[in-house]
Design a protein around this ligand. Structure first.
Ligand code: NAP
Length: 245
């Protein structure tokens, strides 16, 4: 049995989750990765000697099977999430909005609830939720996603109130534009639309965000980093972005 700290990372098959898995592993954590695409999980896990298990955070049975073998856990990074489309409220479909709510919000709630006993058992547990500037800003066409991320923010703040006095820290990481598969997913794999999101500006990388997560996670156990808002220098708000033409 390893005496290293154990971290679970959801949505570790790409982007911020994969970078966080690598960075936490470099920092001395044992990492257990979850996501739906196991081929992609394997590609992240094998080079760092990590374990992985299929996980769909929207499916209670999948979450149950994932958490089954975890007795003690030091760090839960609730990272799985994303946006689907840029539908305005007047024309949006319930289906896409329901999926965003299920993944971004209920997924975080479900993983947290399921792993809280293991985090408490560690006596130095830590929950890091990957929110977004969409958790406190809005933009036209964004309500399905910003609504879900606003809810993640409310959940994170409520959790801190409910857990005060117990040995678990609660942190929210709120990035601006990060170049990952996020925009490919949002625009149904339309590479041109996805590339336009980052055109003429320098976005954050997944490693930039992973750095923030590792920093928050490696402070002493009595230090709670409530939140980190991290944006590209080229981005002032969700809608004010400097681009070189
Ligand atoms: P990404 O590359 O698309 O990664 C999203 C991850 O979530 C993937 O590993 C995906 O894996 C996983 N995922 C999606 N649905 C899932 C489900 N039902 N169950 C389990 N895993 C699921 O995008 P990213 O930018 O790294 O996104 C990571 C987080 O950062 C998200 O919460 C996103 O909202 C947030 N964020 C991103 C940005 C940005 O600009 N990129 C900015 C602020 C916040 P599978 O498809 O294999 O399941």
């Amino acid at each position: 049995m390893s005496d290293k700290k154990l971290a679970v990372i959801t949505g570790a098959s790409s982007g911020i989750g994969a970078a966080t898995a690598r960075a936490l592993s470099r920092s001395g954590f044992d990492v257990l990765l979850g996501a739906r695409r196991t081929d992609r999980l394997r590609a992240v896990a094998e080079p760092i000697g990590a374990r992985f298990h299929q996980l769909d955070v929207t499916d209670p049975d999948s979450v149950g099977a994932f958490v089954d073998s975890i007795g003690k856990l030091d760090l839960l990074v609730n990272n799985a999430g994303g946006a689907l489309g840029v539908d305005r409220i007047e024309t949006a479909s319930d289906e896409r909005w329901r999926t965003m709510w299920e993944v971004n919000f209920l997924g975080v709630a479900r993983m947290t609830r399921s792993l809280l006993p293991a985090l408490l058992a560690s006596r130095e547990g830590h929950i890091v939720n990957v929110g977004s500037i969409a958790g406190f800003e809005t933009y036209p066409g964004g309500a399905g996603y910003t609504g879900a991320k606003h809810a993640v923010r409310a959940l994170t703040k409520t959790l801190r109130l409910e857990l005060v006095g117990r040995p678990v820290r609660v942190t929210e990481i709120c990035p601006g534009l990060v170049e990952t598969e996020f925009s490919m997913v949002r625009f149904d794999q339309d590479a041109e639309k996805a590339a336009a999101v980052y055109k003429g500006m320098t976005p954050l990388t997944s490693d930039d965000v992973a750095d923030c997560i590792v920093w928050a996670a490696t402070r002493p156990a009595h230090v709670n980093i409530d939140e980190i808002v991290v944006r590209p220098r080229d981005q002032a708000t969700a809608t004010v972005v400097h681009r070189e033409s």
